[in-house]
Design a protein around this ligand. Structure first.
Ligand code: ASP
Length: 350
Protein backbone atom coordinates (compact mmCIF):
# COMPACT_ATOMS: atom_id res chain seq x y z
CA UNK A 1 0.00 0.00 0.00
CA UNK A 2 1.39 3.43 -0.87
CA UNK A 3 2.40 5.54 2.09
CA UNK A 4 0.00 8.39 1.33
CA UNK A 5 -2.95 6.08 1.53
CA UNK A 6 -4.58 5.53 4.88
CA UNK A 7 -2.25 3.97 7.41
CA UNK A 8 -3.79 1.70 10.01
CA UNK A 9 -1.76 0.80 13.06
CA UNK A 10 -2.92 -0.87 16.19
CA UNK A 11 -1.13 0.09 19.37
CA UNK A 12 -1.79 -0.65 23.00
CA UNK A 13 -1.29 1.90 25.72
CA UNK A 14 -1.46 1.78 29.52
CA UNK A 15 -4.30 3.37 31.45
CA UNK A 16 -3.84 5.00 34.85
CA UNK A 17 -5.33 7.56 37.18
CA UNK A 18 -8.24 9.83 36.50
CA UNK A 19 -8.72 13.15 34.76
CA UNK A 20 -9.14 16.64 36.15
CA UNK A 21 -12.35 18.57 36.07
CA UNK A 22 -13.35 22.15 36.62
CA UNK A 23 -16.36 24.27 37.46
CA UNK A 24 -19.91 22.97 37.47
CA UNK A 25 -20.33 19.86 35.33
CA UNK A 26 -23.39 19.91 33.09
CA UNK A 27 -23.53 16.17 32.71
CA UNK A 28 -23.03 13.11 34.83
CA UNK A 29 -19.60 11.68 34.24
CA UNK A 30 -19.66 8.32 32.54
CA UNK A 31 -16.23 7.44 34.01
CA UNK A 32 -15.94 4.76 31.35
CA UNK A 33 -12.18 5.19 31.49
CA UNK A 34 -12.07 5.16 27.70
CA UNK A 35 -10.09 7.77 25.84
CA UNK A 36 -9.99 8.90 22.22
CA UNK A 37 -8.42 11.72 20.26
CA UNK A 38 -8.92 13.03 16.71
CA UNK A 39 -6.95 15.72 14.87
CA UNK A 40 -6.93 17.56 11.56
CA UNK A 41 -4.32 19.66 9.81
CA UNK A 42 -6.57 21.31 7.26
CA UNK A 43 -8.58 20.30 4.20
CA UNK A 44 -8.28 21.25 0.54
CA UNK A 45 -7.67 19.94 -2.95
CA UNK A 46 -4.70 18.07 -1.63
CA UNK A 47 -4.44 15.81 -4.68
CA UNK A 48 -3.37 18.87 -6.66
CA UNK A 49 -0.34 19.26 -4.42
CA UNK A 50 1.28 16.18 -5.98
CA UNK A 51 3.13 15.30 -2.79
CA UNK A 52 5.85 12.68 -3.12
CA UNK A 53 5.66 9.62 -0.86
CA UNK A 54 8.45 11.17 1.25
CA UNK A 55 6.52 14.42 1.65
CA UNK A 56 3.36 12.54 2.55
CA UNK A 57 5.33 10.54 5.09
CA UNK A 58 6.56 13.80 6.64
CA UNK A 59 2.99 15.05 7.13
CA UNK A 60 1.85 11.72 8.48
CA UNK A 61 4.77 11.60 10.90
CA UNK A 62 3.92 15.02 12.37
CA UNK A 63 0.25 14.06 12.65
CA UNK A 64 1.28 10.80 14.28
CA UNK A 65 3.51 12.53 16.86
CA UNK A 66 0.85 15.10 17.70
CA UNK A 67 -1.75 12.36 18.20
CA UNK A 68 0.67 10.48 20.40
CA UNK A 69 1.33 13.48 22.64
CA UNK A 70 -2.38 14.00 23.29
CA UNK A 71 -3.15 10.32 23.67
CA UNK A 72 -0.37 9.75 26.18
CA UNK A 73 -1.79 12.55 28.30
CA UNK A 74 -5.27 11.03 28.15
CA UNK A 75 -4.11 7.54 29.07
CA UNK A 76 -2.15 9.00 31.98
CA UNK A 77 -5.35 10.52 33.32
CA UNK A 78 -5.00 13.98 31.79
CA UNK A 79 -8.07 16.00 30.92
CA UNK A 80 -9.48 16.33 27.41
CA UNK A 81 -8.74 20.07 27.59
CA UNK A 82 -5.07 19.49 28.42
CA UNK A 83 -4.76 16.96 25.60
CA UNK A 84 -6.40 19.29 23.08
CA UNK A 85 -4.16 22.20 24.08
CA UNK A 86 -0.92 20.18 24.02
CA UNK A 87 -1.72 18.51 20.70
CA UNK A 88 -2.60 21.78 18.99
CA UNK A 89 0.52 23.47 20.40
CA UNK A 90 2.59 20.84 18.67
CA UNK A 91 0.84 21.41 15.34
CA UNK A 92 1.17 25.19 15.81
CA UNK A 93 4.92 24.75 16.22
CA UNK A 94 5.20 22.85 12.91
CA UNK A 95 5.78 25.03 9.80
CA UNK A 96 3.80 22.50 7.73
CA UNK A 97 0.44 23.76 8.96
CA UNK A 98 -1.37 27.07 8.76
CA UNK A 99 -1.32 27.84 12.49
CA UNK A 100 1.35 29.38 14.70
CA UNK A 101 4.71 29.01 12.92
CA UNK A 102 3.94 28.65 9.21
CA UNK A 103 0.67 30.61 9.35
CA UNK A 104 -0.39 32.32 6.14
CA UNK A 105 -0.05 36.08 5.58
CA UNK A 106 -2.86 38.59 5.20
CA UNK A 107 -2.91 41.08 2.31
CA UNK A 108 -0.61 43.44 4.20
CA UNK A 109 2.01 40.75 4.74
CA UNK A 110 1.14 40.25 8.40
CA UNK A 111 0.28 37.02 10.23
CA UNK A 112 -3.00 37.40 12.13
CA UNK A 113 -3.87 34.34 14.14
CA UNK A 114 -7.18 33.01 15.50
CA UNK A 115 -7.91 30.17 17.94
CA UNK A 116 -10.64 28.81 20.18
CA UNK A 117 -11.11 26.06 22.76
CA UNK A 118 -14.22 24.62 24.41
CA UNK A 119 -14.89 22.40 27.42
CA UNK A 120 -17.78 20.00 26.81
CA UNK A 121 -18.25 19.46 30.53
CA UNK A 122 -19.55 22.96 31.30
CA UNK A 123 -19.77 24.70 27.90
CA UNK A 124 -17.06 27.12 28.94
CA UNK A 125 -15.02 28.40 26.04
CA UNK A 126 -12.40 30.96 25.12
CA UNK A 127 -11.13 32.44 21.88
CA UNK A 128 -8.73 35.01 20.49
CA UNK A 129 -8.65 36.60 17.08
CA UNK A 130 -6.32 38.79 15.02
CA UNK A 131 -3.28 38.34 17.27
CA UNK A 132 0.18 38.92 15.82
CA UNK A 133 2.62 38.02 18.57
CA UNK A 134 1.26 35.01 20.44
CA UNK A 135 3.40 31.97 19.72
CA UNK A 136 0.71 29.44 20.69
CA UNK A 137 -2.73 30.99 20.19
CA UNK A 138 -4.54 27.92 21.56
CA UNK A 139 -2.99 28.50 25.00
CA UNK A 140 -4.08 32.13 24.95
CA UNK A 141 -7.63 31.03 24.05
CA UNK A 142 -7.58 28.72 27.05
CA UNK A 143 -6.47 31.56 29.32
CA UNK A 144 -9.38 33.64 28.07
CA UNK A 145 -11.69 30.77 29.01
CA UNK A 146 -10.20 30.18 32.42
CA UNK A 147 -8.94 33.56 33.58
CA UNK A 148 -11.26 36.17 32.09
CA UNK A 149 -14.95 36.81 32.47
CA UNK A 150 -15.19 37.05 28.69
CA UNK A 151 -15.17 34.60 25.81
CA UNK A 152 -13.55 36.27 22.79
CA UNK A 153 -10.72 38.82 22.84
CA UNK A 154 -9.19 40.44 19.77
CA UNK A 155 -5.95 42.05 18.61
CA UNK A 156 -3.76 43.99 20.98
CA UNK A 157 -6.28 43.62 23.82
CA UNK A 158 -5.98 39.86 23.54
CA UNK A 159 -2.19 40.11 23.46
CA UNK A 160 -2.07 42.35 26.51
CA UNK A 161 -4.30 39.95 28.41
CA UNK A 162 -2.26 36.93 27.30
CA UNK A 163 1.04 38.54 28.30
CA UNK A 164 -0.35 39.36 31.75
CA UNK A 165 -1.33 35.69 32.07
CA UNK A 166 2.21 34.53 31.30
CA UNK A 167 1.60 33.49 27.67
CA UNK A 168 4.70 33.68 25.47
CA UNK A 169 4.77 36.58 23.03
CA UNK A 170 7.17 36.56 20.10
CA UNK A 171 8.37 39.02 17.50
CA UNK A 172 6.20 38.78 14.39
CA UNK A 173 9.24 37.53 12.42
CA UNK A 174 8.87 34.23 14.32
CA UNK A 175 5.87 33.35 12.12
CA UNK A 176 7.64 34.09 8.83
CA UNK A 177 8.12 31.24 6.38
CA UNK A 178 9.30 31.80 2.82
CA UNK A 179 6.66 29.53 1.26
CA UNK A 180 3.81 31.44 2.91
CA UNK A 181 5.36 34.73 1.78
CA UNK A 182 5.63 33.46 -1.80
CA UNK A 183 2.06 32.16 -1.55
CA UNK A 184 0.88 35.67 -0.63
CA UNK A 185 2.73 37.22 -3.58
CA UNK A 186 1.02 34.74 -5.94
CA UNK A 187 -2.39 35.42 -4.42
CA UNK A 188 -1.89 39.19 -4.76
CA UNK A 189 -0.75 38.76 -8.35
CA UNK A 190 -3.81 36.63 -9.14
CA UNK A 191 -6.04 38.92 -7.05
CA UNK A 192 -7.35 35.95 -5.09
CA UNK A 193 -8.41 36.18 -1.50
CA UNK A 194 -7.91 32.57 -0.65
CA UNK A 195 -6.31 29.57 -2.14
CA UNK A 196 -7.89 29.16 -5.56
CA UNK A 197 -4.58 28.79 -7.32
CA UNK A 198 -3.97 26.98 -10.55
CA UNK A 199 -2.48 23.94 -8.87
CA UNK A 200 0.75 24.00 -10.82
CA UNK A 201 3.29 21.58 -9.54
CA UNK A 202 6.73 22.69 -8.39
CA UNK A 203 9.92 21.09 -7.26
CA UNK A 204 10.00 21.31 -3.46
CA UNK A 205 7.45 20.66 -0.78
CA UNK A 206 7.34 24.31 0.21
CA UNK A 207 6.98 25.35 -3.45
CA UNK A 208 4.01 23.02 -3.64
CA UNK A 209 2.54 24.48 -0.48
CA UNK A 210 2.76 27.98 -1.86
CA UNK A 211 0.66 26.89 -4.82
CA UNK A 212 -1.74 24.81 -2.80
CA UNK A 213 -5.45 24.99 -2.56
CA UNK A 214 -5.69 23.89 1.00
CA UNK A 215 -6.67 25.50 4.21
CA UNK A 216 -4.15 24.08 6.70
CA UNK A 217 -5.87 25.04 9.94
CA UNK A 218 -5.28 22.63 12.82
CA UNK A 219 -7.81 21.17 15.22
CA UNK A 220 -8.22 18.53 17.89
CA UNK A 221 -11.09 16.88 19.77
CA UNK A 222 -10.58 14.57 22.74
CA UNK A 223 -12.43 12.34 25.20
CA UNK A 224 -10.86 11.79 28.63
CA UNK A 225 -11.22 9.05 31.22
CA UNK A 226 -13.90 11.04 33.05
CA UNK A 227 -16.10 11.10 29.96
CA UNK A 228 -15.38 14.75 29.25
CA UNK A 229 -15.11 16.08 25.71
CA UNK A 230 -13.10 19.11 24.54
CA UNK A 231 -12.44 20.75 21.18
CA UNK A 232 -9.93 23.31 19.89
CA UNK A 233 -9.00 24.96 16.60
CA UNK A 234 -6.11 27.24 15.60
CA UNK A 235 -5.38 29.02 12.31
CA UNK A 236 -3.68 31.79 10.38
CA UNK A 237 -6.89 32.13 8.35
CA UNK A 238 -6.80 32.63 4.58
CA UNK A 239 -3.87 33.83 2.48
CA UNK A 240 -4.35 37.41 1.28
CA UNK A 241 -7.28 37.94 3.64
CA UNK A 242 -8.18 41.52 4.37
CA UNK A 243 -6.66 43.05 7.51
CA UNK A 244 -9.13 42.41 10.33
CA UNK A 245 -10.97 39.53 8.62
CA UNK A 246 -12.13 36.88 11.08
CA UNK A 247 -12.91 33.31 10.03
CA UNK A 248 -14.78 30.49 11.72
CA UNK A 249 -11.92 29.10 13.81
CA UNK A 250 -12.34 31.48 16.77
CA UNK A 251 -16.15 31.46 16.50
CA UNK A 252 -17.73 29.02 18.92
CA UNK A 253 -20.50 27.10 17.14
CA UNK A 254 -18.93 27.70 13.71
CA UNK A 255 -15.38 26.29 13.80
CA UNK A 256 -15.36 24.73 17.26
CA UNK A 257 -17.92 23.19 19.61
CA UNK A 258 -17.97 20.73 22.52
CA UNK A 259 -20.81 19.44 24.69
CA UNK A 260 -20.55 16.26 26.76
CA UNK A 261 -24.19 15.49 25.90
CA UNK A 262 -23.45 15.36 22.19
CA UNK A 263 -19.99 15.73 20.67
CA UNK A 264 -16.81 17.72 20.19
CA UNK A 265 -16.15 19.18 16.73
CA UNK A 266 -13.35 21.15 15.03
CA UNK A 267 -13.69 22.44 11.47
CA UNK A 268 -11.45 23.60 8.64
CA UNK A 269 -12.28 25.23 5.34
CA UNK A 270 -13.50 28.54 4.02
CA UNK A 271 -14.56 30.19 7.25
CA UNK A 272 -17.34 32.29 5.76
CA UNK A 273 -19.27 29.13 4.79
CA UNK A 274 -18.78 27.59 8.21
CA UNK A 275 -19.97 30.71 10.01
CA UNK A 276 -23.01 31.02 7.74
CA UNK A 277 -24.08 27.49 8.61
CA UNK A 278 -22.83 27.40 12.19
CA UNK A 279 -21.33 24.03 11.27
CA UNK A 280 -19.90 22.81 14.59
CA UNK A 281 -22.94 23.90 16.59
CA UNK A 282 -25.35 22.46 14.01
CA UNK A 283 -23.74 19.05 14.30
CA UNK A 284 -24.22 19.13 18.07
CA UNK A 285 -27.81 20.38 17.70
CA UNK A 286 -28.67 17.68 15.17
CA UNK A 287 -27.58 15.11 17.74
CA UNK A 288 -29.31 16.82 20.66
CA UNK A 289 -32.63 17.79 19.07
CA UNK A 290 -33.05 15.24 16.29
CA UNK A 291 -31.37 12.32 18.03
CA UNK A 292 -28.95 11.73 15.16
CA UNK A 293 -25.78 9.72 15.66
CA UNK A 294 -22.49 11.61 15.37
CA UNK A 295 -21.83 10.22 11.92
CA UNK A 296 -25.31 11.06 10.62
CA UNK A 297 -25.09 14.58 12.06
CA UNK A 298 -21.65 15.18 10.54
CA UNK A 299 -22.77 13.83 7.17
CA UNK A 300 -25.93 15.90 7.20
CA UNK A 301 -24.11 19.15 7.89
CA UNK A 302 -20.94 18.58 5.82
CA UNK A 303 -22.13 16.43 2.92
CA UNK A 304 -25.56 17.98 2.62
CA UNK A 305 -25.75 21.53 4.01
CA UNK A 306 -22.16 22.61 3.34
CA UNK A 307 -22.11 20.98 -0.11
CA UNK A 308 -25.34 22.72 -1.06
CA UNK A 309 -23.63 26.04 -0.34
CA UNK A 310 -20.64 24.82 -2.38
CA UNK A 311 -18.71 25.18 0.85
CA UNK A 312 -15.23 23.72 0.90
CA UNK A 313 -13.67 22.09 3.92
CA UNK A 314 -14.45 19.51 6.52
CA UNK A 315 -14.50 18.61 10.18
CA UNK A 316 -13.55 16.06 12.79
CA UNK A 317 -15.97 14.90 15.49
CA UNK A 318 -15.99 12.69 18.57
CA UNK A 319 -18.89 11.71 20.84
CA UNK A 320 -18.86 10.66 24.49
CA UNK A 321 -18.87 6.98 23.56
CA UNK A 322 -15.70 7.61 21.60
CA UNK A 323 -17.24 7.31 18.11
CA UNK A 324 -15.08 9.14 15.58
CA UNK A 325 -16.30 10.97 12.49
CA UNK A 326 -14.26 12.76 9.82
CA UNK A 327 -15.85 14.27 6.73
CA UNK A 328 -14.86 16.77 4.01
CA UNK A 329 -16.04 18.14 0.70
CA UNK A 330 -12.50 18.55 -0.70
CA UNK A 331 -10.19 15.88 -2.13
CA UNK A 332 -8.37 15.52 1.16
CA UNK A 333 -7.97 16.49 4.77
CA UNK A 334 -4.86 15.90 6.86
CA UNK A 335 -6.28 13.92 9.74
CA UNK A 336 -5.86 11.13 12.26
CA UNK A 337 -7.23 9.50 15.36
CA UNK A 338 -6.56 7.05 18.15
CA UNK A 339 -9.89 5.53 19.13
CA UNK A 340 -11.13 3.87 22.32
CA UNK A 341 -9.73 0.52 21.14
CA UNK A 342 -6.31 2.16 20.73
CA UNK A 343 -6.49 1.80 16.96
CA UNK A 344 -4.53 4.51 15.25
CA UNK A 345 -5.22 6.03 11.84
CA UNK A 346 -3.50 8.83 9.96
CA UNK A 347 -4.42 9.82 6.42
CA UNK A 348 -4.53 12.57 3.84
CA UNK A 349 -6.82 11.74 0.94
CA UNK A 350 -10.42 10.53 0.59
N1 ASP B 1 -11.28 28.04 8.51
C1 ASP B 1 -10.13 28.92 8.39
C2 ASP B 1 -10.60 30.33 8.14
O1 ASP B 1 -11.50 30.52 7.35
C3 ASP B 1 -9.17 28.51 7.34
C4 ASP B 1 -8.75 27.06 7.37
O2 ASP B 1 -9.51 26.20 7.80
O3 ASP B 1 -7.63 26.78 6.93
O4 ASP B 1 -10.01 31.23 8.68
Amino acid sequence: MRIFQSIMLVTVFGIYGCGTNQDQPMTENTTSGKTAIVIHGGAGNLKKLGLTPEEEALYLAVLDSALQVGHNMLTNGGSALDAVEATIRMLEDSPLFNAGKGAVFNHDGINELDASIMNGDNLKCGAITGVRHIRNPISAARKVMEKSEFLLLSGSGAEEFAAAEGIELVDSTYFFTQHRWDQLQEAIKDDKVELDHNGKKSATLFDKLKNEEKFGTVGCVALDQNGNLAAGTSTGGLTNKRYGRIGDSPIIGAGTYANNNTCAVSCTGKGEDFIRLGVAGQISSAMEYAGLSLDSAVNLVIQNKLKTLKGRGGCIGLDREGNVSMSFTTTGMFRGYINTSNQKFVGIYE
